[in-house]
Design a protein around this ligand. Structure first.
Ligand code: KG4
Ligand code: ZN
Length: 378
């Protein structure tokens, strides 16, 4: 089964060609091509993603990426892709999947319309309809651990990993799932206000770092002292699995405002310059945010007897978070599973997997109908 994935929910335009085999409970994937075109530079001056700019860029990028998928198809072995098939000169595929939500609606529509156009092109070429299905972006993140590195062999995963606790941490979401198997899960907690990635982005902005803030905070934190400032760890001891990050962001804002206004003058030297270090603020913020994520995830893993802890989403790129979770998971005898680096942030390979898995799960098609569903849930 060869699947084309299309992702345009936020500020990355991405197309991927993957191959699936195996059984429903033991699927293996191979990533032939996963091309991501990031719009970070375009949105950076605005400190965040501007929906209409994102739409304009997706419209511009999609045909360019499609051309690259067609031309290169995928390395030497994949020359076959372009040999005559019913679809020639289009690459042979069995399924098209496109993100229908959650995300920015103008951006989502560009992907959906593009997918529909491609489907028509294939039909005109062969007289046969290639199925087109909508995919849930969040499921894409959750399934991203199933993907091997681009151009490597099919990977067979250890199937003894359930029940699992899956922590999805991105710019728009912070969700904790109890995963019974590859097709069944229950949301046990989520953020009540800002997503953790959003908090990283906002705090980075307050500290004068560029967008996206997560990688910047991580970089500066590496030189800073995480114990320098004791920021609050919201909801850390509450017996639920929900999160809250907006109070932590405000605490950083107030800390800086207070210091800069000279309240608590001891922080100022003779030169009248604040004596705290920005890198210590970054490290202390990061430490507070990650402590909450790790503590609540580990508590959930213990309570539900999880055999594994899965991590996904853009914030999963954070090496400190990975290390902390890995260390704590080991202490309770639980496996730690994270995606290959290239699949943490938004990409179409994970969307191809999500679309494929949603067919195997027999998800009612109207749930992931081909319309932009900005607030689609998991
Ligand atoms: O999953 P993603 O690419 O897009 C969404 O679906 O939201 O996640 C992007 C988020 C941004 O908020 C970004 O700041 C954060 O992931 N991020 C990080 C790191 N790299 C990306 N946060 C913390 N540490 C990082 N190294
Ligand atoms: Zn995402």
């Amino acid at each position: 089964m060869r699947i084309l994935g299309i992702e345009t929910s936020c500020d990355e335009t991405s197309l991927a060609l993957i191959e699936a085999k195996g059984t429903p409970h033991n699927p293996h994937f191979r990533v032939i091509k996963n091309i991501v075109s990031s719009q970070i530079k375009i949105h950076a001056p605005f400190g965040g993603v501007v929906p209409n700019l994102a739409k304009r860029e997706h419209l511009k990028n999609l045909p360019l990426l499609w051309k690259r998928i067609k031309e290169k198809g995928a390395g030497k072995k994949e020359k076959k892709t372009l040999v005559p098939t019913p679809y020639f000169p289009l690459p042979a595929i069995n399924l098209i999947t496109v993100t229908v939500g959650p995300g920015l609606e103008p951006a989502l529509w560009t992907g959906i319309t593009f997918a529909q156009k491609l489907q028509k092109e294939y039909e005109e070429m062969s007289g046969k309809k290639v199925p087109l299905v909508g995919a849930n972006h969040l499921e894409g993140h959750v399934y991203s651990f199933l993907l091997p590195k681009q151009n490597s062999k099919f990977v067979v995963r250890n199937s003894d990993m359930f029940p699992a606790i899956s922590l999805l941490v991105s710019g728009g979401h912070t969700i904790l799932l109890l995963v019974k198997d590859l097709y069944h899960w229950k949301k046990i907690g989520e953020t009540r206000d800002d997503a953790v990635g959003e908090a990283f982005d906002k705090v980075a902005r307050i500290l004068g770092f560029s967008y996206p803030g997560g990688p910047e905070i991580e970089k500066h934190s590496a030189q800073g002292n995480p114990c320098a400032i004791e920021f609050p760890r919201p909801m850390i001891d509450q017996k639920n699995y929900d999160f809250s990050f907006s109070g932590l962001k405000t605490a950083v804002l107030y800390f800086l405002r207070e210091k800069k206004n000279g309240i608590g003058n001891i922080e100022y030297g003779i030169s009248n310059k604040p004596t705290f270090k920005i890198r210590d603020v970054a490290a202390s913020f990061q430490s507070a945010a990650l402590d909450v994520l790790v503590k609540k995830t580990i508590r959930a893993a213990r309570e539900f007897g999880a055999k594994s802890i899965m991590l996904s989403g853009g914030v999963a790129s954070n090496k400190t978070l990975r290390k902390m979770l890995q260390r704590e998971a080991k202490k309770i005898g639980t496996q730690f599973i994270a995606p290959e680096k290239e699949y943490n942030t938004d990409n179409a390979a994970m969307i191809a997997v999500a679309g494929y898995m949603s067919i195997l799960r027999k998800t009612p098609r109207k749930k992931y109908r081909l319309e932009a569903q900005g607030n689609l849930n998991i």
